[in-house]
Design a protein around this ligand. Structure first.
Ligand SMILES: C[S@@+](CC[C@H](N)C(=O)[O-])C[C@H]1O[C@@H](n2cnc3c(N)ncnc32)[C@H](O)[C@@H]1O
Length: 444
């Protein structure tokens, strides 16, 4: 699996279920294999710093598959409470059978060095001193790229960034959403989520074992994402709506669309879901189709595969528009163990341009008196505060309004501009979703 992630840029959370299925692993064995693979990917930054201290040549000169195996061994030795002799012998056996005898000897020698100290002592030895270079220390101690530490510190504040980085390393509990009008939270079992009235936390077992999820009347959805849909649906509209039309401009794979459609149906409105990538638009369609009848669920007007910067819709034709923008995803690192290593600062410039275009276009598509909710699953200020400010600077027909009602009342969620919302994993137990509500004003 590590090879699939490294070579094919696969997503660990998508590959892992196939690997577990192929090996027929269940229960504790599946949990062990999941922690082994996910934890190794997540903690790679820390382990590489330790391994670099145990190898007398740069890690870039170590064959990639040998480095994968060393990281697996380091994870077992330093973080999984596997006895040293068992961790070393299984890792060496794996190396011998998959790579060769020579590398097996090398892995054995390196892992023996790794076992000499517990993780805390290694971090104290290989990371920069915390007082002299906090971000360099945090990058090693919490296993994040340094530029990510810096961006997150800028967003959350230096006092809290360690708590945020720590929370990024804890896989989240599974939360489910009951799509209103189609399922109730009581049907889902499990304790209710703290802020979303539609969510529960799944205690144990697989979501697929919950009937309402298997039927598509409920789904797996982070509480923060539920709140994004709710923030748009609960926003006050000025003036009379004729069309009763809502739009999700960047809808794939359709989790928020499914909740929005259910909320639209309750208000006598209907949702159009747009997504640029055709195969993701297909996933949206599946999410908005009733599995029993094969018909669209209530509250759906259609699914479109279009570019949101130039979509096939008339200006001023929607009451409510969601821009759940493509972003770095640095607010959802808990979910994707490899994601932090995939992003680079250069991605930001490209994404920010796209985010501005999408938000601008969304405002064109909104009728005067209607609203746009701009959301990202990133707290990085370039993607949140700066995008909103830049778009508003360029338009006399739009203004920022406070996110109100349920979402506005979430404690300690003030965003980087007054009235915006920023959720945090370490404060709210959600992904770090950002939300800004913009109103389209009549043109002068
Ligand atoms: C953050 S994801 C949306 C997640 C979705 N709202 C959900 O809850 O399931 C952003 C989506 O925007 C899509 N996207 C990227 N560029 C786009 C564009 N120019 N127009 C429309 N969609 C775009 C991506 O393919 C991706 O599916």
């Amino acid at each position: 699996m590590l090879k699939a992630v490294r070579v094919d840029e696969a997503y660990a959370n998508l590959v892992l279920p196939h690997v577990l299925g192929r090996l027929a692993l269940e229960g504790r064995d599946a949990a062990f294999a999941t922690e082994l693979a996910s934890g190794t990917l997540r903690q790679q930054g820390t382990y590489d710093a330790v391994l670099a201290a145990c190898i007398d040549r740069p890690l870039t000169k170590v064959e990639a598959k040998v480095l994968d195996v060393l990281r697996l061994g380091a994870h077992q030795v330093l973080s999984m409470r596997v006895p040293d002799h068992a961790a070393i012998s299984t890792t060496v056996d794996l190396t011998r059978s998959k790579i060769g005898q020579g590398p097996a000897g090398f892995v054995n020698a390196v892992l023996r060095k790794v076992t000499r100290k517990p993780l805390e002592d290694w971090i104290a030895e290989v990371a920069p001193a915390r007082e002299e270079d906090h971000d360099g220390w945090a990058a090693v101690a919490f296993s994040h790229p340094r530029w990510v530490v810096e961006r997150l510190a800028e967003a959350v504040g230096r006092d809290e960034v360690d708590a945020l980085l720590e929370a990024d390393n804890v896989p989240p509990a599974v939360t489910l959403v009951a799509r209103p009008g189609r399922a109730t939270v009581d049907e889902l079992g499990g304790p209710p989520t703290r802020y979303s009235p539609y969510g529960v936390t799944l205690g144990s077992g697989s979501p697929a074992g919950v009937t309402a999820v298997a039927d598509g009347r409920a789904g797996v959805q982070d509480e923060g994402s539920q709140l994004v849909a709710l923030a748009l649906a609960e926003a006050h509209l000025d003036g009379e709506s004729t069309a009763k039309a809502w739009l999700d401009l960047c809808a794939g794979p359709g989790g928020k669309s499914a909740l929005l459609a259910a909320l639209a149906a309750q208000q006598g409105a209907a949702l159009v879901a747009n997504e640029r990538q055709p195969h993701r638009a297909g996933l949206v369609l599946a999410n908005l189709t009733d599995r029993a009848s094969g018909s669209p669920v209530a509250g759906v007007a259609g699914v479109v595969a279009g570019d949101g910067t130039n979509p096939p819709f008339e200006d001023a034709s929607f009451d409510r528009v969601l821009v759940d923008a493509p972003c770095t995803g640095l607010g959802a690192l808990r979910r994707r163990p490899e994601a932090r290593w995939r992003r680079a600062t250069a991605d930001l410039d490209v994404l920010v341009d796209l985010q501005r275009s999408l938000l601008d276009r969304a405002l064109d598509l909104t009728r005067p008196g209607g609203v746009v909710l701009y959301a990202t699953c990133s707290p990085v200020l370039a993607e949140t505060r700066d995008v909103v400010n830049r778009v508003l600077e360029g338009r006399s027909d739009a203004s920022l309004e406070p996110v109100a009602a349920t979402v506005g009342a979430v404690p300690d969620s003030t965003g980087p501009i007054a009235g915006t919302v920023q959720l945090w994993p370490h404060r709210h137990g959600t992904d770090a979703m950002f939300m800004a509500l913009l109103r389209r004003n009549p043109t002068g």
